[in-house]
Design a protein around this ligand. Sequence first.
Ligand code: GTR
Length: 325
Amino acid sequence: MLHITELWKGVALASMLMLGTASAQTVLKSSDTHPDGYPTVEGVKYFGELVKERTGGRYSVEVYHSAQLGEEKDTIEQVRSGVIELNRVSMAPFNGTVKETIVPALPYIFRSEDHMHKVMDGPIGDQIKAAFEPVGLVALAFYDAGARSFYNSKRPIKKVEDMKGLKFRVIQSDIFVDMTTALGANATPMPYGEVYSSIETTVIDGAENNFPSYDTAKHYEVAKYYSMDEHTILPEVFVMNKAAFDKLTPEDQAIFRQAAKDSVAKQRELWTAKTAESRATAEKVGAEINEVDKQDFIDAMKPVYDKHIPDEVLKKLVDDVRAVQ
Ligand code: GTR
């Protein structure tokens, strides 16, 4: 008869083996700055459902929304070091570390959201995705973030000269600082979570973002003039810690990649609906939305291209993006 200690040794060995091959359930942590229900949060949740289903429950994803794990700059460090496995963030905070992300962050580089989709869904998108690997990340998907525009508490902006002297919070990237400066305004990069109180206390006059962010962060309460200059159509990125990805079997890696791809369609659908809903909400509570003289804005952006596209690799990438029909 098997001795009792032998039996326990057997149980312990079996559970160690199970952990080693992740055949027990592995819960992957994902961060998002936005609240529950926001299209990016729902996109990642959907990815998690597909992964769970397709791995027979071996992997699942827990989304920590509403910046529970910190602001984007911090969570990027967490996902790079493996403290968390997944993160959905804007690409702007990567502009200093992953130089290819500069290109989609350039003002007016995309003619439309449709143009952006064609670029990011094709070989250029793959090239930008691959550029994340040297910083320890696998870019699984690009999600929609619409167009970013300036909004403020002082006045509607119709022409570039209306920007003069205004102080804006910009997303944490030098390109956004230089873009705002090129328009004659002052730029203060700061974490997203500080924007509302900074406008309220008049530390800044406004910020720049898309309608769903303007709405869900309630920035319309403190900055009612939203001017549709649409300076960028920069997509979001959904990344995974590379060491965690490399540990997956090739079959599981394929499942993760396909689930991410499938979640893009879902996120885009949710995005379109949310943009319309958020615009309507903002208008209902008194936001004043106006069109701008866009050509005036486009013309003012030349210095940004001169400074941030210094080498041939990026120049070619810019030309390639423009050539996509
Ligand atoms: C939003 C984006 C967030 C965050 C935010 C910001 O549009 O979805 O990930 O980057 O902008 O301005 O900080």
